[in-house]
Design a protein. Structure first.
Length: 343
């Protein structure tokens, strides 16, 4: 079983973005020392929820500061990237990191990013499948071309070329079905519990099986491995203490952070009860004593079949406390999980 950390470069009140980013790199270094398998960074634009606008740039810096730990994007927003340009970035990171890099991509949201970067609402709403297929082709061979609604260009060589399989953030049935047909692993978010994660894995396998039975091109059958799930990870001397500390700290980040999601077309922003959301996160994820965290991780693996979890470790807001959280998770939780996992 693989366990990594998940970073959003969260800007808590009073913190300067440049310091947040520098500290986030230090968290990756600490995670490597603590024994984590990988570290994943999210991409956001124009908001305090996360102050990393280029997850690939962050991964490049982290690759230069580490030697063993895997690195991934969770996710790069494909709706605002040209897929071939993103494939070139991924290929560079693959080669320069010694194969430690995994590209995670997602559709993103109908946010103002689409206006600023000029990709538009149409590509977000209808073009994600085409974007993903161009990306997959660009990471599957020496040359790539496109002749579609959103992308059309002559065949060109991929320089450097790299054979990589992206991970896809799946928050809708349509994206799940697309990932399944392309044989790409899912990235499942923190907002779903074990029951919903298990249902997503089962739905993915059904799509793969149905597509293979129907003779669809490029579908090799059910059971593609490599799914990743995000969760909050926070350890304290007791579960009550851990829950209390996150319940006090996380709303200070989430309230202004979530308010930064600005729709591009004036549609209402989805409401979020921050208190209820934090309560959900601390109830269903590994937040508590070391024993409780280990038990929760093992229970998630048992219930869902997932073998790769990435833990959001920044919930306390204070950099020193986050470093201590990583240290304790590595020293007290990871050995317990690895000693008792049955896979």
């Amino acid at each position: 079983m693989r366990i990594g950390i998940f970073l959003v470069a969260a800007q808590f009140p009073g913190r300067e973005p440049g310091r947040v980013l520098a500290d986030a790199v230090e968290l990756v270094v600490a995670a490597e020392a603590a024994g984590f398998d990988d570290a994943w960074i999210a991409e956001h634009h124009f908001m305090s929820y996360g102050v990393c606008p280029s997850a690939t740039t962050f991964a490049a810096v982290a690759a230069g500061r580490t030697s063993r730990i895997g690195l991934g994007t969770a996710v790069s927003v494909l709706s605002t990237w040209h897929p071939v340009a993103l494939a070139e970035q991924a290929a560079m990171l693959h080669h320069l990191s010694g194969g430690r890099f995994t590209l995670g991509v997602g559709r993103g949201g109908p946010w103002v990013d689409l206006e600023v970067f000029g990709t538009g609402l149409e590509r977000f709403e209808r073009g994600f499948g085409e974007s993903l297929q161009v990306l997959v082709r660009a990471l599957s061979g020496e040359r790539v071309s496109a002749d579609g609604e959103f992308f059309g260009f002559r065949e060109v060589p991929m320089v450097p070329a790299a054979t990589m399989r992206p991970v896809v953030a799946c928050t809708s049935e349509a994206t799940l079905a697309l990932a399944a047909r392309l044989g790409l692993p899912m990235l499942l978010g923190m907002h779903v519990d074990d029951r919903e994660k298990a249902a997503a894995v089962a739905a993915y396998e059904r799509v793969r099986a149905d597509a293979a039975a129907g003779g669809e091109d490029g579908v090799a059958g059910p059971g593609t491995a490599g799914h990743v799930a995000a969760a909050v990870g926070y350890v304290a001397d007791s579960t009550r203490q851990a829950v209390r500390e996150l319940a006090e700290a996380m709303p200070r980040w989430l309230e202004p952070g979530l308010a930064g999601y600005l729709p591009v077309d004036g549609r209402p922003r989805p409401p979020r009860d921050v208190g209820a959301y934090v309560d959900f996160l601390t109830r269903v994820h590994p937040v508590g004593s070391a024993a409780h965290c280990a038990e929760t991780i093992l229970a998630t693996a048992e219930a869902t079949g997932l073998r790769h979890l990435i833990l959001l470790v920044e919930g306390a807001g204070d950099h020193r406390r986050t470093l201590e959280n990583i240290r304790r998770l590595g020293a007290e939780v990871l050995p317990e999980v690895r000693a008792h996992e049955r896979w």
